[in-house]
Design a protein around this ligand. Sequence first.
Ligand code: NCD
Length: 306
Amino acid sequence: MRHVLEAQQFSRGLIEQLCRRSDELEKLFTDKDRDKLNLLKGRMMFTVFYEPSTRTRISFNAAAEHLGMRVVSTENAKEFSSAAKGETLEDTIQTLCQYRPDVIVLRHFETGAAAKAAAVSSVPILNAGDGTGQHPTQALLDIYTIKKELGKVDDLEVVIGGDLTHGRTARSLAYLLSKFKNNSLTFLSPKELKIGSDIKDYLSKHGVKFKETSDMETALKNADVVYWTRIQKERFDSSKLKQTFVIGKREMALMKDKAIVMHPLPRVDEISKEVDLDPRAAYFRQAGNGMFMRMALIEWVLQDNG
Ligand code: NCD
């Protein structure tokens, strides 16, 4: 069964295949014959979310509906499902499988939750974020965005900045960038919010160049991709932490003309609104790419399942 649990499960070949398919699916929206999109008619997807979400859940739901699927969705499973009564995730997933979904998209507050669910599920599980663990479908849409914006995913200087301790998107993206050639990663964060040693060990083992810094100016000057993230205030006591890394007009002026600024969103105050008008601000285009990549992913997990 094809589950999507962690970014490192994807090979370069498969990532490229999914990017090509995302392109094809996007083109179908401009075709006169929109019926061609009805590729998974009659199939059903459950989206089960124990943590807040705007983009991930809606883009997954929209992706499935555009493919002709039916969707059953719960947006606040932590409070409104039987989890509130003490049911285990494994029991919930086994029960949901009785209702004949073809695929389950799961967001959960616990690291490792998607793998736990996959161990008992009779249908593919798509990890839509597991605590401070991973967010593989986000990382795939991030790579797809880099490819679309810059035409390549090799030979890039990528700055990944913000809350790298708790941010799962940064972690998954670092894994995926290591699948490509000659990228150099700079992790920019306050010293309290550094990237985990599991990621650094993986990069070292795979011969990927990386450094850690809190020197924002130098990092921005050299970057081809600036991947910015918010402080994950809901995951730790951040009351003593000052927001030091903010991208505004001044910071944009330091960056190369062809660089892009990405962000998984939601943005809080780490990118000023004035940056939105700069053509190098790619984050809303990035969010749009998410739906096409999720269409490709749903199709891919279902292909193996007859
Ligand atoms: C991210 C997440 O949930 O990890 N959001 C998203 O899916 N685009 C990032 C975040 O919450 O900061």
